[in-house]
Design a protein around this ligand. Structure first.
Ligand SMILES: [Zn+2]
Length: 332
C-alpha cells in the first residue's frame, strides 16, 4: 500500500496537469481581516505574513483546487491530546447526539439502514460477522451508528486523530469501535464489508490515490458510501473575492465551503468519473430528505425538503449529476 501525502504543491486533482491560473489566495491578512481568524491560532499553525495557499483553476479541465496546500496545517504529525483536549472533544461529540441534531440523526439513520440492507443482500450465503470502515471519519455519527446497525468490527480512520483518540471510543462499552490515525491499522483489520467516506474527499491531498486505497480495502462484494459535497466555485468565486463586503448568511456559507482544509472543488460529473476510473460502479440510489417532525408534514420547510428529496431521487434514477452528493458504489 503506497504512502499517502498530505501537503505540498500538486497537479490537477482531475487530470494531473499543472497548467493553472490562480483565482484566489488565502493570506494571513485576509484570514484575520475578513474571516476574523484568531492570530494566535494562525501563529500555532505557523501561518505567518509570508504564508499563503491559493485556489487555482486548471486550464485543461476547468477543475478548481488548492495547488499549494498549506504544509504546517496538514502534515498530520503524530500528536497526543491532553486530558483536557480529550474531554472537550468528547463533550463536543456527545452534543451531536442531542435534540438539536435529531433531524440530522434521522437522515443519517436512513443512510445507515440503506447501507446495511445492501450489505446483507449481497451476503446472503455468509454467516460471518460484518465490518465497516469510516474513512476520514472525524467525529461523525456513522461510526457508532454502524455498531448499532450490527456491524461488529468498526474502524474509524482519520489521519487528523491524535495517537490517543482511541481513549474516547470506549473499548469496554457495549457499543465499541476503534479509532486510529494509522493506515496500517486499517489495513490489518480489513478488508471491509462496507466503507463510508462522509464529507472527507474534499480534504484528500491525493484524491485519486485515496479513493484507490478505499477500493483496495473493500471486500470484493463490499459497498462504499461517499457523501461528496458540491462546492461550485465558478458560481461562488465573485462572492469569495468580495466576501469582506458580504453579510450573513452567504458569508457563513462561504466560510463553511472555502478554507485552507477544503482543497478539492470537484463537481459531481468529475467525481463520478474518478470513482469509475478507480474501478467503482454505482449500485443504489436512496430516497432521503431532512424531515423536521415538530413542524408537521405540510409545513413549508418540510414540503420544500420533500420536493428536493424527490428531485434528487429522480435525477439519480436518470443518472443526471446535478445536485448529486450521495454515491453508493461497489466494485465493477
Ligand atoms: Zn485538470
Amino acid at each position: 500500500m503506497s504512502e499517502i501525502l498530505h501537503a505540498g504543491v500538486r497537479g490537477c486533482v482531475i487530470c494531473g496537469a499543472d497548467n493553472t491560473e490562480t483565482v484566489f489566495t488565502f493570506t494571513r491578512e485576509w484570514l484575520i481581516r475578513v474571516r476574523g481568524a484568531n492570530p494566535l491560532l494562525l501563529d500555532d499553525m505557523e501561518f505567518d505574513n509570508d504564508s499563503s495557499s491559493s485556489i487555482v483553476r486548471c486550464r485543461d479541465c476547468s477543475c478548481y483546487y488548492i495547488r499549494d496546500v498549506y504544509a504546517k496545517r496538514l502534515n498530520y504529525e503524530p500528536t497526543v491530546w491532553s486530558e483536557e483536549e480529550l474531554l472537550q472533544r468528547r463533550d463536543g461529540y456527545r452534543n451531536i447526539f442531542s435534540r438539536a441534531n435529531m433531524h440530522h440523526l434521522e437522515y443519517q439513520t436512513r443512510i445507515m439502514r440503506y447501507i446495511s440492507r445492501m450489505v446483507l443482500s449481497k451476503n446472503t450465503g455468509h454467516k460471518s460477522e460484518l465490518s465497516l470502515l469510516d474513512y476520514g471519519a472525524s467525529f461523525g455519527v456513522l461510526t457508532p451508528m454502524a455498531r448499532v446497525f450490527g456491524f461488529k468490527r468498526v474502524v474509524a480512520y482519520d489521519p487528523g486523530f491524535s495517537d490517543n483518540t482511541d481513549q474516547l471510543s470506549g473499548q469496554e462499552a457495549i457499543i465499541n469501535f476503534r479509532y486510529t490515525n494509522k493506515f496500517e491499522d486499517v489495513d490489518r483489520c480489513g478488508p471491509y464489508d462496507a466503507i463510508v467516506c462522509q464529507s472527507a474527499d474534499e480534504h484528500f491531498f491525493e484524491l485519486r490515490n485515496e479513493i484507490k486505497r478505499i477500493y483496495e480495502t473493500l471486500k470484493s462484494d463490499g459497498i462504499v458510501y461517499f457523501s461528496h459535497p458540491i462546492m461550485d466555485l465558478s458560481a461562488d468565486l465573485s462572492n469569495l473575492r468580495n466576501e469582506h463586503n458580504i453579510k450573513n448568511p452567504t458569508k457563513r456559507d462561504l466560510e463553511k465551503r472555502y478554507h485552507l482544509d477544503h482543497m478539492n472543488y470537484v463537481m459531481p460529473r468529475h467525481f463520478k468519473n474518478i470513482l469509475h476510473d478507480q474501478g467503482f460502479t454505482e449500485c443504489g440510489i436512496i430516497f432521503n430528505y431532512m424531515y423536521e417532525s415538530e413542524r408537521g408534514i405540510l409545513s413549508f420547510k418540510n414540503m420544500v425538503s420533500l420536493a428536493k428529496g424527490i428531485v434528487k431521487y429522480v435525477f439519480g434514477l436518470l443518472h443526471l449529476n446535478f445536485f448529486k452528493t450521495e454515491y453508493f458504489v461497489k466494485k465493477k
